[in-house]
Design a protein around this ligand. Structure first.
Ligand code: NDP
Length: 249
């Protein structure tokens, strides 16, 4: 296995943090990126080169998760790193009507939580034992409830991902598979945050001890560490990567 390229699957790998994680692995690994938007998938592949392949799928849909794993099994026969990164924020308690709110909750939780749960389960059969890695991308919102009111559902889903991390770590670590979560703080310039005003971003920077907002490479470097051999004793952890924003200044 030493000289073989690792197989890395990244959900939401066609944009933002996921694409940066793909970039961090693509020089020495086979990277499969998963997303729903065909155009973004193709443009990410064009950017990342021959070691990157795209798989169009919606991780909130069980059948499509089965397709992803079938593809991994048939194409590569094994998996080394699974990054559950796909996610979005939707649904504000105070402004949305109940039916709409319920739909938003279902879509968000099905993507962030159910998707990660089912993918972890399905991927486990192919993950390298020992040496396999599951990395879940959660959020500082899991610990704070979100920066602004209106992110309760998102915060709950991301907090659920922490519980999932602990539980799956207990189950898979005895087989040599580590399972961890990265909880990013504010990461600028993704589709998720690109629309934030300069004033809002400056407000966050002022509350952040390191004096800057995060960038996608901050998260990619942490993922790269968690996937390394050096991190084989790190499992069932939530790694906060937020420049100290959690505590403020
Ligand atoms: P982006 O919007 O740039 O990326 C989100 C990715 O998720 C896209 O590639 C999108 O692809 C994919 N995605 C969403 N829903 C699904 C789905 N149902 N099935 C498959 N893919 C899906 O945002 P970020 O890069 O910022 O976010 C990445 C992760 O980081 C998210 O989980 C987010 O919650 C988390 N995060 C981000 C922070 C930030 O400040 N940016 C802070 C804390 C956490 P497509 O639309 O093609 O499906």
């Amino acid at each position: 296995m030493k000289n073989e390229q690792r197989i890395v699957l990244i959900t939401g790998g066609n944009s933002g943090i996921g694409k940066a994680i793909a970039q961090a692995f693509v020089a020495d690994s086979k990277v499969i990126i998963v997303g729903r938007n065909e155009e973004r998938l193709q443009s990410a592949v064009a950017e990342l080169g021959d070691n990157c392949k795209a798989f169009k799928a919606d991780v909130s849909q069980r059948k499509q998760i089965e397709e992803i794993i079938k593809h991994v099994g048939e194409t590569y026969g094994r998996l080394d790193v699974l990054v559950n990164n796909a996610g979005f924020v939707e649904g504000t308690l105070s402004t949305m009507e109940l039916t709409e709110l319920e739909q938003a909750w279902d879509a968000m939780c099905d993507t962030i939580l159910k998707g990660s749960f089912l993918l972890s389960h399905a991927a486990a059969q192919y993950l390298a034992k020992p040496g396999g890695r599951i990395i879940n991308i959660s959020s500082i919102a899991a610990l704070t409830g979100g920066r602004n009111p209106g992110a309760a559902g998102y915060a709950a889903a991301k907090a659920g991902l922490h519980g999932l991390t602990y539980g799956v770590a207990k189950e898979l670590s005895p087989q040599g598979i580590t399972v961890n979560s990265i909880a990013p703080g504010f990461i600028a310039d993704t589709l998720f945050t690109g629309h934030w005003s300069d004033t809002a971003v400056q407000g966050i920077v002022q509350q952040t001890p390191v004096g800057r907002s995060g960038n996608v490479n901050d998260i990619a470097a942490t993922a790269r560490y968690l996937a390394s051999q050096e991190a084989s004793f790190v499992t069932g952890q939530v790694i906060n990567v937020n420049g100290g924003w959690l505590f403020g200044r």
